[in-house]
Design a protein around this ligand. Structure first.
Ligand SMILES: [Zn+2]
Length: 297
């Protein structure tokens, strides 16, 4: 990773703690269906299943918010933590792993996640060993807990090289991790294994695999937009990513260099995908798209 990209990634990481909840819910816990719900505080949305015979946590935010989430869950069930899942490796989804993993009987993620966590820690210059999942899978992983089935699937490189789509089957709730930034600029993490085309393909496959009744949980949402929603929201970010590729392709066709392209901070057709606090988002994403289209490693 060159210095420019490192600084861009570092500024993104610095942004996450300041991301605020988009909805004005008075409590961080929002039940969705059949014991499945979301916890929002700082960082990527946490999903949970809390019943008398199952306790599952999906993503861990940061140590302090993971503690708050855990104490809230303890008020909902006395069940031990059957399963901890990370949807992928970024610190705003795994930073509280050290708090929750000691409680967990199992801790699972896509098998690329531990190496990506260590790579990201090295890029940040941290010498603390990250708390990594203890169980990895390649394409699918599933477990029955009480009257619920938790099914993980990796569709290939997309937002990163280690994304999981987590389906609570009977509740029909799906945690997308950061495969969906709902109406805000996404972090397209080239060094973390992102593929813009793969991401588009994943969103289309997931959209086709579920129904209009399915409730989706999103890693993040823009101001005034929700961190849960219907599958139609998957196509909104799909359209943005399509627009991103088309914009990069036009630059390539016009003979622009990557640095020239990366001066663009807003895509004209996608005004929602810009925020003043993080103007680097589109330049970072365009660089990844440009390299991908050019076939660069
Ligand atoms: Zn995130």
């Amino acid at each position: 990773m060159n210095r420019r990209r490192f600084l861009a990634a570092a500024s993104c990481a610095a942004l996450w703690p300041t991301l605020r909840r988009a909805t004005a819910a008075p409590l961080p816990f929002q039940p969705l269906r059949r014991g499945v719900g979301v916890f929002t505080s700082r960082g990527g949305t946490i999903g949970y299943l809390a019943t008398n015979d199952a306790l599952v946590v999906v993503d861990t935010q940061y140590p302090d918010t993971a503690e708050a989430c855990w104490s809230g869950l303890r008020e909902r069930t006395t069940r031990p933590l059957d399963l901890l899942v990370n949807t992928y490796h970024h610190g705003d989804h795994t930073g509280g792993n050290g708090v929750l993993q000691p409680h967990a009987r199992q801790h699972v993620a896509h098998r690329n996640v531990p190496a990506l966590q260590r790579q990201a820690a090295a890029q940040r210059g941290t010498d603390t060993e990250p708390t990594v999942p203890t169980l990895g899978y390649e394409e699918t992983w599933e477990q029955d807990l009480g009257d619920e089935t938790i099914r993980l699937r990796h569709y290939g490189p997309a937002h990163t090289g280690g994304d999981s789509v987590v389906h609570f089957v009977q509740a029909d709730v799906v945690h997308m991790g950061d495969l969906v930034f709902n109406r805000m600029p996404p972090f397209v993490d080239g060094p973390g294994g992102a593929s813009v085309r793969g991401w588009i393909d994943t969103l289309e496959q997931v959209h086709a695999a579920f129904s209009d009744e399915t409730i989706f949980i999103f890693g993040h949402a823009g101001e005034g937009h929700a961190i849960t929603g219907p599958r139609a929201d998957l196509l909104a970010i799909r359209d943005f990513l399509d627009g991103l590729l088309a914009f990069a392709q036009a630059a390539l066709d016009a003979g622009q260099t990557e640095d020239e392209l990366a001066r663009t901070q807003r895509l004209p057709d996608f005004p929602t995908y810009y925020r003043d606090s993080w103007p680097e988002a589109i330049p970072i994403a365009l660089r990844v798209a440009y390299r991908e289209l050019r076939g660069d490693p």
